[in-house]
Design a protein around this ligand. Structure first.
Ligand code: HEM
Ligand SMILES: CC(C)=CCC/C(C)=C/CC/C(C)=C/COP(=O)(O)OP(=O)(O)O
Length: 327
C-alpha cells in the first residue's frame, strides 16, 4: 500500500516536471538571455551606472515574460512549418506534447503578467513597449513577412530591437536618442546574425517554402548583404561615444576590438560564401559580439570605471607636464 502511494507520488512528480519542461521549451528559452542583456545594458546607460536593483529585476522579469509570450505565440502560429522542419519538429507543439489551446492560454497569461508587473513596478511606457514587441513579432514578422519576403528578418528584426527601448523607458519614462541608437544597433546586427544561421539551415527553410534570403537569392547574395550590414553595425556602435556621449573610452575599446573581429569574419565569409563552417562561426560570433559589447556598456557606465579613467587621465597629464618641463 505504502509502495503504491510512493510510486504514484513519484509518477506525479515526473509528470509535473515533464509538463514544466514542455512549457519552458515553448518559450525558446536559449534566445531570451541575450534579449535581457540588451535590456540591462540600456538600463545601465540610462541610469548612468546608478541602477535601482529592484527596477532592474522587475524590468528583466517583465521582459522575460513578454519575450516568452511572443515566442509561444510564434510556436502556435508556425506549428505547420515547425512540424515539417528537422530543426524544429521536436518542439512541444509539433511533437504533440502540448495542445495549441493550452499554449495559447499560457501565452496570454505570460503577456498579462508582463503587462501587470511592468505597469505596477516600472511604468506604463515600458509595459506598452513590451506589448508592442509581442504584437510586432507576431503580426508584422510571423504573420505578414516571414512566409512572404526575403526581407522578413530585416523589417521583422525591429521586434528583437525593442528590449533596449523597454529598459530605457523603465528607467527614464521616455525614449532618448541613445535609446533609439541601441534599437538601431540591434536592428542592423540582426541580418548578419540570422542570415549566417540561415546559410546553414537553408534546406530546412526551402522544404517549407519560407523565402529566407539564402533560399531565394543564394549564398553569394546573402554574404554580400551580411557584409553590408556588418559595415553599418560597427560605426553605429561608435555613435554612442560620439556624438551622443553616453559611453566613454572603455566602451570604445570593446566596440573597436569586437567590431574589428565582426568585420573580419563577415569579410572572410563574403569571400567564401559556400563555406558553412565560416557561416557557423559568424553566427556564433554574432551572439558573443552582442553579449560582450553590452557588457562593455555596463562596465563603462560604472562609477568606479569613471573614477579609474579620471585617475589615469590625471596621472597621464602629470607625466606629460613633467616631460614637457624637462625638455
Ligand atoms: C527577427 C529577428 C531574429 C530572427 C529571425 C532570429 C532567428 C534565430 C534562430 C532561427 C535561431 C536558432 C534557434 C533554434 O535553433 O531554436 C536563433 C538563435 C539565437 N538568437 Fe536569434 N533571431 C533574431 C533576433 C535575435 C535577437 C534580437 C537576439 C538577441 C538580442 C537573438 C539571440 C539569439 C541567440 C542568443 C541565439 C542562440 C540560441 C542557442 O544557443 O541555440 N536573436 N535566432
Ligand atoms: C519586447 C519583446 C517582447 C520583444 C520580442 C522579441 C523577440 C521575441 C525576438 C525574437 C527574435 C527571434 C529569435 C526570432 C526567431 O525567429 P523564428 O520565429 O522565425 O525562428 P524559428 O525558425 O526558430 O521558429
Amino acid at each position: 500500500m505504502q509502495d503504491t502511494a510512493r510510486i504514484s507520488v513519484s509518477s506525479l512528480q515526473h509528470t509535473l516536471l515533464e509538463t514544466w519542461r514542455n512549457y519552458y521549451q515553448l518559450t525558446k528559452p536559449r534566445i531570451i538571455p541575450l534579449l535581457l542583456i540588451t535590456t540591462a545594458a540600456s538600463m545601465w546607460i540610462a541610469s548612468e551606472g546608478n541602477i535601482d536593483p529592484i527596477l532592474l529585476l522587475v524590468t528583466l522579469t517583465g521582459g522575460t515574460l513578454a519575450a516568452a509570450s511572443a515566442q509561444t505565440l510564434n510556436c502556435i502560429y508556425d506549428l505547420d512549418i515547425d512540424y515539417a522542419m528537422v530543426r524544429t519538429r521536436k518542439r512541444p507543439l509539433p511533437s504533440g506534447k502540448v495542445q495549441p489551446r493550452h499554449a495559447l492560454i499560457f501565452a496570454l497569461i505570460l503577456a498579462g503578467l508582463s503587462f501587470g508587473l511592468l505597469t505596477q513596478f516600472a511604468n506604463l511606457q515600458a509595459a506598452l513597449l513590451a506589448m508592442m514587441g509581442i504584437v510586432f513579432y507576431m503580426v508584422v514578422y510571423t504573420h505578414i513577412l516571414k512566409r512572404n519576403t526575403p526581407q522578413n528578418i530585416v523589417i521583422g528584426g525591429a521586434a528583437g530591437s525593442i528590449p533596449p527601448l523597454v529598459g530605457w523607458a523603465a528607467v527614464t519614462g521616455e525614449l532618448s536618442w541613445a535609446a533609439w541608437l541601441l534599437f538601431a544597433l540591434i536592428f542592423l546586427w540582426t541580418p548578419p546574425h540570422f542570415w549566417a544561421l540561415a546559410l546553414m539551415i537553408r534546406e530546412d527553410y526551402a522544404t517549407v517554402n519560407v523565402p529566407m534570403l539564402p533560399v531565394v537569392e543564394g549564398e553569394k547574395a546573402t554574404t554580400v548583404q551580411i557584409w553590408i550590414y556588418s559595415l553599418l553595425v560597427v560605426p553605429v556602435s561608435l555613435l554612442l561615444i560620439y556624438p551622443l556621449g553616453v559611453c566613454g573610452a572603455v566602451y570604445g575599446v570593446f566596440a573597436v576590438v569586437l567590431g574589428g573581429v565582426f568585420l573580419q569574419k563577415a569579410w572572410v565569409l563574403h569571400q567564401n560564401p559556400q563555406d558553412l563552417p565560416l557561416a557557423k562561426s559568424m553566427f556564433k560570433y554574432s551572439i558573443l559580439y552582442m553579449m560582450v559589447l553590452c557588457t562593455g556598456m555596463v562596465i563603462d557606465s560604472l562609477p568606479i570605471t569613471h573614477q579609474m579613467v579620471q585617475a589615469c587621465t590625471g596621472h597621464l597629464e602629470t607625466l606629460m607636464g613633467m616631460v614637457l618641463n624637462m625638455s
